[in-house]
Design a protein around this ligand. Structure first.
Ligand SMILES: [Zn+2]
Length: 81
């Protein structure tokens, strides 16, 4: 997975969880700064637990693709484009 269009989905999730602008900027920088061969970094774990965990793409359905964190189990939903 190397889809920069996913970043806004994660940013929105962080905003919903009341992350600060600084926290969001930190995540953005981390997301953009490396290739993440093991998978995209979970924003919730990164910001709120100071942990590096990665996201797993689940089976897509008719509306889009759910993505789930391997550690905190948070799900993100990416609408089909
Ligand atoms: Zn997580």
């Amino acid at each position: 997975m190397n889809e920069s269009y996913l970043l806004p989905v994660f940013i929105n999730a962080l905003k919903e969880l009341q992350a600060s602008e600084d926290q969001i900027e930190n995540y953005k920088a981390f997301y953009m700064s490396s290739k993440h061969p093991e998978g995209l970094p979970c924003p919730v774990c990164f910001v709120f637990k100071n942990k590096r965990s990665f996201l797993i793409a689940l089976r897509r359905d008719e509306k889009g693709s759910p993505i789930k964190c391997s550690i905190c189990q948070k799900e993100f939903y990416v609408l089909r484009r």
